[in-house]
Ligand binder design. Sequence first.
Ligand SMILES: [Zn+2]
Length: 101
Amino acid sequence: MPTTNDKDMCCSPLHGSGGNSQSTPIVLTDALGNTWCADCQHRGELVNWGKRHGWPELEIYPYAMAEGAYYWQMTATQGDESRVWSFLGLIEMLDATTEVA
Ligand SMILES: [Zn+2]
């Protein structure tokens, strides 16, 4: 099981347990306690959005995420960049839609 609790370690698969292990300045700790460097803080913002909205199910082709904090956590800490950015684009759209409604 990957260790993602080191406080000085970015939780991104690009920087943390995914192989390219390195200590980086942490700029964001998200609602689940994951720590992120400046390059990866969008992953923490994804988690914080999920928390605010009750960890909903999301689907944006070709990606899908089931309901629940566990799946958000897995996406944030294991998902590749394309997947994470797709969900970020989707929630941005959902926010815009909600404001209009
Ligand atoms: Zn990082």
